[in-house]
Write a protein that binds this ligand. Structure first.
Ligand code: GLN
Length: 491
């Protein structure tokens, strides 16, 4: 049998059912692998005691025939999800010692179904970033390297720890949050599968708020099937989040392997951006021909407002972030740096508690929301957002079931290589992913190939609202055709 950490969730589920191994053995194999992989910095906290206790309880339930859908499956949780009694930091100094007294709805649903917590994963501070380099706990190193080189590469961000953990076999699956691409971009960089479901599909309750009209939770997994298994547990209506939608959660796994015959797939011509590496262009065409061979119809479509998505996102996002982060004032949560009076205490706490990217977003956000600029920036960005959404709606109305696009404009880059002098250089990474958050649509990224340097590249499928099933069916076709990729072990 394959190493326990190399299994997929579906395989582990079978093995546990057949009693080929126990949940305790499965958890132990992962905890041992995590210990050996500390150089990757994927976890900000390992929770071996909790993992042992949960695995033991899973084994007891398996023995009595009461196993849940994820019984005994060891998972990593992004440190944006509040975990009761387990420190939750958002990878920020300001929350360095914050231990929540409650559990996020999404993680609670995973535990309800029997999953086992291995630890909390690293991310960009407050999920602001595309490389996991803004974390207070330091960057995550990708398990992937360029052929013949040992340059340390980023795993993408903001959910870099979750992506690296799954890619390096340090968890069978992981949670992420995606506000502008933070699940899909790291999935593309690490050869894993990541899905951002429709806005409202998962509850945001208990997730550290970043930009509330864009934030969604979703899973990372080794395969499309595994992502479908995880999303079924994570999704659902929650009265504690009024933006979560009261709609039955389908059996997403049943969509994996379903025929896509007759589905109309749009290729948005505006995604053919200047300077796109020819390898990505080629892979995109290859993806379209795989879907065509499976019986889908490929059509060129136009999303004319695409070019405004990035600038509009980088107004809406900081505006909401600046408002959400106002709560970190040294009074109620986390760090407090004393001052002569309360104003100085606020100032010192926030200056020392937040890193440079977070401070930048708070300043931009405050500026675009301020009297006199609100109409010129924030209101205008909201109008652009409506137009972006309408572009997609028009295509869907014309019969398109899903869109196929590249996931990122490049493969993974080196730690320290991008965005130092100009933060916009980093923001440009999100060019293919932010539109999906602006429109509230579901988007999945699946690995589609390796580039000339041996690094994974991903393709994105964007679906109609609440039609995650279609993109699971389509994603699996690409995954099957491309094959799976794993990083050669060096750590
Ligand atoms: N890279 C984007 C940003 O920095 C997206 C982050 C995210 O999805 N959390 O805003």
């Amino acid at each position: 049998m394959a190493e326990l950490t190399a299994l997929t969730i579906a395989e582990a589920r079978d093995g546990l059912k057949k009693k080929s191994f126990s949940a305790a053995e499965l958890a132990d194999a992962h905890l041992a692998a995590m210990e050996k992989a500390r150089a990757l910095n994927a976890y900000v906290q390992e929770t071996p005691e909790r993992a042992h206790a949960m695995a033991k309880a899973s084994d007891a339930r398996i023995a009595t025939g009461k196993a849940g859908a994820l019984e005994g499956i060891p998972l990593a949780i992004k440190d944006m999800f509040c975990t009761e009694g387990v420190r939750t930091t958002a990878s920020s100094r300001i929350l360095e010692n914050f231990v929540p007294t409650y559990e996020s709805t999404v993680s609670a649903q995973l535990w309800r179904d029997g999953a086992v917590l291995l630890g909390k994963t690293n991310n960009d501070e407050f999920a602001m970033g595309s490389s996991n380099e803004t974390s207070y706990f330091g960057p995550v190193t990708s398990p992937w390297r360029r052929k013949g080189a040992n340059t340390k590469l980023v795993p993408g961000g903001s959910s870099g720890g979750s992506a690296a953990a799954v890619a390096a076999n340090l968890a069978l699956g992981a949670t992420g949050t995606d506000t502008g691409g933070s699940i899909r971009q790291p999935a593309a960089f690490t050869g894993t599968v990541g899905i951002k479901p429709t806005y409202g599909r998962c509850s945001r309750w208990g997730i550290v708020a970043f930009a509330s009209s864009l934030d969604q939770a979703g899973p990372f997994a080794k395969t499309t099937r595994d992502a479908a298994i995880l999303l079924r547990s994570m999704a659902g209506h929650d009265p504690k989040d009024t933006t979560s939608v009261d709609r039955a959660v389908p059996d997403y796994e049943a969509a994996v392997g379903k025929s896509v015959k007759g589905m109309k797939i749009g290729i948005p011509k505006e995604y053919r951006v200047d300077g796109m590496p020819p390898e990505i262009e080629k892979m995109w065409e290859q993806g379209a021909s795989w879907l065509k061979a499976a019986g889908a119809e490929i059509v060129e479509v136009s999303l004319p407002h695409t070019k405004y998505a990035l600038p509009a996102y980088y107004i809406v996002n900081p505006a909401e972030a600046s408002s959400n982060l106002a709560r970190y004032d040294g009074v109620r949560y986390g760090l407090r740096v004393p001052g002569r009076d309360v104003i100085e205490m606020y100032e010192k706490t926030r200056a020392e508690g937040f890193g440079p990217e977070v401070r930048r977003r708070v300043m931009i956000g405050t500026y675009v929301l301020s009297a006199g600029y609100y109409d010129a920036y924030y209101l205008r960005a909201q109008k652009v957002r409506t137009l972006i959404k309408k572009d997609f709606e028009d295509c869907f109305k014309a019969g398109v079931h899903a869109m196929l696009t590249p996931a990122t404009p490049s493969a993974a880059f080196g730690i320290g290589e991008k965005g130092k002098a100009d933060p916009v250089e980093m923001y440009l990474n999100d060019v293919f992913t932010v539109t999906v958050n602006m429109a509230g649509l579901p988007g999945i990224v699946v690995p589609a190939g390796l580039d000339g340097q041996g690094l994974p590249l991903g393709l994105q499928l964007i679906g109609r609202p609440f039609d995650e099933e279609a993109i699971f069916s389509l994603g699996e076709i690409i995954e099957k055709a491309a094959g799976r990729f794993s990083a050669p072990k060096w750590w």
